[in-house]
Design a protein around this ligand. Structure first.
Ligand code: DX5
Ligand code: ZN
Length: 220
């Protein structure tokens, strides 16, 4: 079953309570929280995303899917542990070495939270192989991280395909999440490539019927 994680990056503050309520009613599987620090990527969404997360926690039981686009991974893991998300995903490119990667994997797991690792479009999937047996999710960026509303980069679909094959060949049950540029036109290709969780932001938030678009993105 394909799951949809709605990115709330482009939600306007004045509409936020209503939008979060409507997204839950429309049965999004997760709220996808894009935490940007102004260093790993240019934009800084960290205060806003924390505020939104607190608001969601007050009105919803829908699980949280935290995507950290930050350099100081430890700081933000600590910030998000208390809100008890389903997933905390950090970027491989923000880590100095494999010891650092394993340190964050342990820390997140020890707090009862599932771990994801994200890679940018130009990062090779081979760089992920040694971590896959220890994590729950691999997030393949299908656009450059940093902002919503971009076009999906076609060659990233091959990466999804290749990593799916690798997971199957090695009997691993790590989920694949695809993030960026996913809409009604692109979701079919992303699902066919092998993704399990589809992140969509602008396609959902800009539509006037969340339930319908979420269903259509899932292709059911
Ligand atoms: C990009 C973010 C994505 C993105 C999703 O840096 O990680 O979650 O904003 O938004 P759309 O669906 O508009 O590409
Ligand atoms: Zn994201």
């Amino acid at each position: 079953m394909i799951e949809v994680s709605t990115s709330i990056l482009s939600v306007k503050e004045e509409d936020s309570t209503k939008t979060f309520y409507n997204l839950e009613t429309a049965k999004t599987d997760y709220f996808h929280i894009d935490v940007m620090d102004g260093k790993f990527v240019e934009n800084n969404t960290s205060n806003m995303m924390y505020k939104y997360t607190e608001k969601i926690k007050q009105i919803s039981n829908t699980p949280l899917d935290i995507h950290l686009m930050v350099n100081d991974i430890n700081k933000y893991i600590e910030e998000y542990i208390p809100v008890y998300p389903s997933y905390i995903t950090f970027h491989l490119e923000a880590c100095k070495n494999k010891e650092e990667v394993f340190k964050y994997i342990e820390k997140i797991k020890q707090n009862g939270i599932k771990v994801g690792i994200a890679i940018k479009p130009e990062t090779k999937i081979e760089d992920m192989y040694k971590f896959l047996p220890y994590i729950h999710l691999v997030l393949i960026m299908t656009v450059e991280p940093g902002k919503g509303g971009q076009k999906l980069i076609p060659y990233t679909l091959e990466k999804i395909n290749d990593i799916k094959k690798y997971l199957m060949d090695n009997n691993l049950d790590t989920y694949i999440e695809a993030d960026g540029g996913i809409n009604l036109e692109t979701s079919k290709d992303v699902i066919n490539a092998g993704a399990d969780i589809l992140v969509a932001g602008s396609a959902i938030i800009n539509s006037n019927n969340y339930e319908e678009i979420i269903k259509k993105i899932r292709r059911i």
